[in-house]
Ligand binder design. Structure first.
Ligand code: HEC
Length: 142
């Protein structure tokens, strides 16, 4: 990403949810929660659903991969957390994007905030170091 674009991402980030909330998480727990809660859509190996860039007849996207071939790592931790907790439609509405037909359900009633962080930290731990570093750079410094 160009430096200017990185600056823009930092400026538009919502009030800092510090990156360190994703450090030293329980990765084994995150992994088993991922298998229970996320793998049906995002794939047992984080590979996502086939043709994940193409909307279905209802205008809903298939689940994207969470591995390095997807765009999960393009986002800061706050967005990843809110997308999981609030669901896609509400997380985007909070950013001014309304009317988005999201296939991503809200998990706020299913699992705790800490469990969401464990899952996301597990996902991040599977990325190559280079990708982890780029994604870390999208978060406010701490
Ligand atoms: C019912 C299917 C389904 C389940 C279960 C599901 N997701 Fe999703 N998820 C989606 C879809 C579809 C999208 C694509 C964007 C959209 O439609 O909002 C998505 C998008 C996302 C994104 C945004 C990724 C990006 O690159 O923009 C994150 C983060 C995410 N999901 C995390 C999770 C986590 C963590 C779990 C388990 C706790 C989970 N999802 C479970 C369907 C699902």
């Amino acid at each position: 990403m160009r430096p200017a674009a990185i600056g823009l991402v930092l400026l538009t980030a919502l009030p800092a949810r510090a990156a360190h909330e994703f450090d030293e998480r329980d990765l084994a727990k995150g992994r088993s929660l991922y298998v229970e809660q996320c793998a049906t859509c995002h794939g047992a190996n984080l590979e996502g659903q086939p043709n994940w860039r193409t909307r279905d007849e209802n205008g809903v996207l298939p689940a994207p991969p969470h591995d390095e071939t997807g765009h999960t790592w393009h986002h800061d931790n706050t967005l990843l957390f809110e997308y999981t907790k609030l669901g896609g439609a509400e997380a985007l509405a909070a950013r001014g994007v309304t009317g988005f037909k999201s296939g991503m359900p809200a998990f706020s009633g299913e699992i705790s905030d800490d469990e969401i962080r464990d899952i996301l930290a597990y996902i991040q731990s599977t990325w190559p170091e280079r990708i982890q570093e780029i994604q870390r750079g999208r978060n406010p410094p701490h």
